[in-house]
Write a protein that binds this ligand. Structure first.
Ligand code: SF4
Length: 241
């Protein structure tokens, strides 16, 4: 398993925004979506300039160098589940390691994966943070190039298994920010679990491809309106970013 390969976009030794506490974050290269609001579009292709090949042993060694300062490890992307063999084997070996076994394991995902992939990851993953780009399948397709059947199934599945750490809503003005869409999304999430942690993120143009750089950014009023709608639906762990 130590030699399970991975194509990396990058690693970040310390992050406070990718799960609980200070975390080592592995950004796996490659993503099945093609989001117009993607802040790291260079991570979408399966390979490319600036990426590098590594494996489980190599990444564990990088984690070992900074272990005393960490609460855990998160695999993000690109899309983490596009290289799920690596994620499974990394977390399996990390948990079995005498030095690293105390670290928590999280996956940051777009949710576009089959139940059999989650079944491989659930035994070794403490929490999943899932993006919900849009509840409406057509809006989701406009934003990502793909439908959202798998994403909605994944959110339900991970919640049923007690590992859905949070759902992230990126509000992109003109696409998924109408009051009707936000309140339908709020009702869907509250129906799943009123105690679910929901993170509302406003779209920013920083990092997006030039052809999308003129999209309007989300203003603070939009985030507050979304928070109110989510809380009125019964959700009581809503965070805006
Ligand atoms: S799912 Fe994430 S990494 Fe993939 S294209 Fe969308 S924003 Fe970019």
């Amino acid at each position: 398993m130590s030699s399970t390969p991975v194509r990396l976009a990058d690693v970040v030794p310390f992050s406070w925004v990718d799960g609980p506490g200070n975390r080592f974050v592995v950004f796996a290269q490659g993503c099945p979506f093609d989001c117009l609001a993607c802040h790291n579009p260079e991570t979408i292709a399966p390979s490319g300039p600036g990426t590098r090949l590594s494996d489980v042993a190599g990444v564990l060694e990088e984690i070992r160098q900074v272990e005393p300062y960490l609460a855990g490890v998160t695999v993000s992307g690109g899309e983490a589940t596009a290289q799920w063999h690596f994620v499974r084997d990394l977390f399996t070996e990390l948990r079995a390691d005498p030095q690293l076994g105390r670290l928590t394991t999280y996956v940051d995902t777009n949710g576009h994966a089959l139940p059999r992939v989650w079944d491989e990851l659930l035994p070794v993953t403490d929490g999943f943070m899932v993006d919900l780009k849009a509840l409406d399948p057509e809006v989701h397709r406009r934003l990502t190039g793909r439908g959202n059947d798998l994403v909605l199934d994944s959110i339900r599945y991970l919640h049923a298994h007690g590992r859905l750490a949070e759902v992230r809503l990126l509000l992109v003005p003109g696409f998924n920010d109408t009051p009707e869409q936000v309140s339908r999304t709020a009702a869907w999430l509250a129906g799943l679990d009123p105690g679910l942690r929901v993170v509302v993120i406003g779209f920013r143009t920083h990092g997006v491809r030039p052809e999308h750089a003129d999209l309007p950014e989300a203003d603070p009023d939009l985030l507050e309106r979304a928070r109110t709608a989510l809380e009125q639906a019964g959700l009581h762990q809503v965070v805006t970013v």
